[in-house]
Design a protein around this ligand. Structure first.
Ligand code: AMP
Ligand code: MG
Length: 341
């Protein structure tokens, strides 16, 4: 599991060296949401900003983790069909938007895929390949439309889940956490900051010297190389790839992004998906969904929505990017890229 986390951490390399100025800053490296995270804030309130961000991420981890006993999600997954309530706004700010995203992606994103994620052994590290009959039974337990979310005044959330079903916010939790930290930092008056939550990169404003951030996307087949860079400000750059968490059995590599329709690792012809959007939650949810959907369905989704950009890398080595990235996207040396229109 540790190795996979490191791989995830290296998913995106940040080019920070060009910052140049001696702006006051503070950074912290923390471990939360099953991954290593780096938080950096610039300006006079940087120390307090990093402290508050650490606290917020730890709070969300304790609330949303599927594995931590006592978390809202853990309780829900063990409630045997009974409703579970918490004094929290995650119903409104996270669960309802994510269920909508499950719908918008035709179920390629499905937060109820957790029984299958567990059956493959990803949370525990006790990896195994479920047999066909077990996969048939697992498919019966996956359907985001069965999750009922009630949002009451005063920021309380009640969720009901049918017995035998369980949910996992692993595909969206880091993106959501990054959005919350950015909101918090804006409220605190921070104008420049950078989050790398295990490969989910999110920038607040531009660099402290006023220029844009440059984020490099890791090459999925080689940790030491990158595919391309994206520059910008106030953006989330989130990558999903099979290399981030997987195991090998009898010469076959099985990875952690499951196609909810089969409960098998997605096999859509993509090896890396990067979503660039203002919202970390949207970018995180879509990176997982698009990995499942494959290039053709992803292109259709992009043409319908146009509220995100993406960089796709296929098994046959084709690099695609959407036109919204024109002028701020550069393929690595030796690679050529095609515009997806
Ligand atoms: P990400 O790294 O953001 O692509 O999210 C992958 C994680 O989300 C996995 O480790 C699982 O916990 C969970 N997951 C896997 N497949 C899906 C899916 N199709 N929909 C929702 N969550 C998923
Ligand atoms: Mg994701």
């Amino acid at each position: 599991m540790k190795r996979a986390m490191c791989a995830k951490l290296c998913a995106l390399l940040l080019f920070l060296s060009a910052c140049g100025t001696q702006t006051e800053n503070n950074s912290a490296t923390i471990f939360a949401m099953d991954t290593q995270m780096e938080l950096t804030a610039y300006g006079s309130g940087a120390d307090e900003a990093v402290r508050a961000a650490t606290q917020e991420i730890n709070r969300l981890d304790a609330l949303l983790s599927a594995q931590r006993e006592g978390s809202f999600i853990y309780q829900l997954n063990h409630a045997q069909g009974e409703p579970v309530s918490r004094d929290t706004d995650v119903g409104e700010t996270l669960l309802l938007p994510v269920i909508q995203l499950c719908e918008d992606t035709g179920g390629a994103l499905d937060i109820t895929v957790y029984p299958a994620v567990e059956a493959w052994g990803f949370p525990s590290g006790s990896y195994r390949v479920p047999e066909a009959a077990e996969l048939d039974a697992l498919r019966e337990k996956v359907d985001y439309r069965e999750v009922s979310v009630d949002v009451a005044e005063g920021s309380s959330t009640t969720v009901t889940l049918p017995q035998n079903m369980s949910i996992d916010l692993g595909a969206v939790g880091k993106g959501y956490a990054a959005d919350r930290v950015v909101e918090l930092w804006k409220d605190m008056g921070v104008t420049s900051g950078l989050l790398n939550l295990g490969g989910n990169v999110q920038c607040l404003g531009g660099k402290p010297d006023g220029s844009d951030w440059t984020v490099a996307i890791r090459h999925p087949e080689d940790q030491g190389r990158y595919l391309a860079t994206v520059t910008g400000r106030d953006m989330a750059v989130v990558t999903s790839g099979a290399y981030q968490r997987n195991f090998e059995l009898d010469g076959v590599i099985y990875h952690h992004i499951l196609d909810p329709a089969t409960c098998m690792p997605a096999d859509s012809g993509l090896t890396s998906v990067t979503i660039v959007a203002e919202s970390g939650l949207l970018a995180d949810g879509l990176s997982t969904a698009v990995y499942v959907m494959g290039p053709d369905r992803a292109g259709e989704l992009w043409r319908e929505r146009r509220d995100f950009d993406m960089v796709l890398y296929t098994e046959d080595g084709t690099l695609w990017y959407t036109p919204g990235l024109a002028g701020r996207f550069a393929p690595a040396e030796g690679l050529t890229a095609q515009v997806l229109e």
